[in-house]
Design a protein around this ligand. Structure first.
Ligand code: NAP
Length: 265
């Protein structure tokens, strides 16, 4: 049995992870940490009934007391870097779903994980469909190098652009450069800042935030006289759980830092 602690266990994603871990026969849910709902039963909050495991405060102390094999983190962009350092320093393997880590921070965590012989896995998106959307986008990019991304999320998402949109742009740009594919000139003058989106690797990303959305993305490729759109919709947070469970089971197999679910598929 792999003993799993969930950080952010009472959140939208964290409570789904508590349920998914509880329902998996190879995993044992051993602890939940958050900043609110302290003392409340994590199973009741996740909708699986009382598990006798109360939500507690303080990740470091929880690691000392519970000694889990793996921590799954779905908290907030503000705290994820510190959380990741805490886990690595405690020698506990980690699966990170929280977005917002910069490439520099990932570099620091990679070095620390290597030094402490710990594994950390980070995925901006745990859904299989989203991973395939990125893979297909990489394949199209050398042939249709003119591309823009629209990502649409619920209005409670704290960061913009989404981690998935940034990762998609990074992959498309790498594929374009490897093929030496040339983009068409963009002749538009922006009379209002942001009208053409925010650029990542020279690819405009447009972030929509509205109640009703879960997590959606469109990758729009344009050619002369033709358009190709790749679209992915996560309409339920359940879509992320098979990827999270896979990562929990595989994280110890790859020492150091691993980035992206495609590494486990
Ligand atoms: P959420 O509902 O706000 O959940 C975050 C939880 O973390 C809340 O319960 C929050 O408590 C708690 N928290 C805040 N600070 C904490 C700390 N220092 N220690 C422990 N717990 C803390 O957000 P969500 O929708 O679940 O999303 C969480 C993260 O996952 C976001 O970064 C989101 O972008 C990302 N995400 C990733 C994927 C993926 O596939 N990788 C998919 C969906 C979402 P309070 O409510 O009291 O602040």
């Amino acid at each position: 049995m792999i003993r799993v602690l969930v950080n952010g266990a009472d959140g939208r994603m964290g409570s789904q992870v508590v349920k998914a871990v509880y329902e998996d026969k190879d995993l044992e849910f051993v602890g939940g940490v958050s900043v609110t709902n302290i003392g409340k039963d994590a199973g009741e909050l996740a909708g699986v009934g009382a598990l006798g495991i109360a939500i507690r405060e303080g990740l470091g102390q929880a690691l000392d007391d519970i000694k889990p094999d793996v921590v799954v983190d779905f908290t907030t962009p503000k705290v994820i870097f510190e959380n990741a350092k805490t886990c690595i320093e405690h020698g506990v393997n980690m699966v990170v779903g929280t977005t917002g880590l910069t490439a520099e921070q990932r570099g620091e965590l990679a070095a620390l994980a290597e030094q402490r012989k710990t594994s950390i896995f980070i995925a901006p998106n745990f859904s299989i469909g989203a991973v395939l959307m990125m893979k297909l986008s990489e394949e199209v990019a050398p042939y249709l190098p003119d591309v823009e991304i629209i990502e649409l999320h619920h209005n409670n998402k704290l960061d913009a652009p989404s981690g998935t949109a940034i990762m998609t742009a990074n992959k498309i740009d790498a594929a374009r450069k490897a093929a030496n594919a040339q983009q068409a000139p963009d002749k538009t003058h922006e009379s209002l800042d942001g009208a053409r989106g925010a650029k990542v690797d020279d690819i405009p990303i447009h972030s929509v935030r509205l109640p009703g959305y879960v997590a959606h993305q469109q990758v729009l490729f344009g050619g002369y006289g033709e358009l190709l759109t790749i679209r992915h919709d996560s309409i339920d947070r359940k879509s992320f759980m098979p990827g999270v469970i896979l990562a929990v089971k595989k994280v110890s197999s790859r020492p150091g830092l691993t980035f992206g679910l495609e590494n486990y598929l």
